[in-house]
Design a protein around this ligand. Sequence first.
Ligand code: ZN
Length: 91
Amino acid sequence: MKIIEQVIAINRVKCTKCGDIIESVHGHDFRSCSCGAISVDGGHNYLRRVGDINGYIEMSGYGYEERIVTPGMEEHYKKEAILNNFKIIED
Ligand SMILES: [Zn+2]
């Protein structure tokens, strides 16, 4: 079985106070802007924002990745496909 999954390609914000653009590039890459108003974390795994949640412009972007489901996990993916960010492209 093959699926196409939506993934975080860029985890990045711009602080509206100091103008800094900060980016988290891996799971535990916690970055703060120079004025300290906003921080980003999570890399390509999740989008975590800490600080002034109204004080930044979101600049993140998504991409798509094709991957083969581990044998034995097909039924799990068939059930989850409705809820999650992927599509089954080959049964
Ligand atoms: Zn700032």
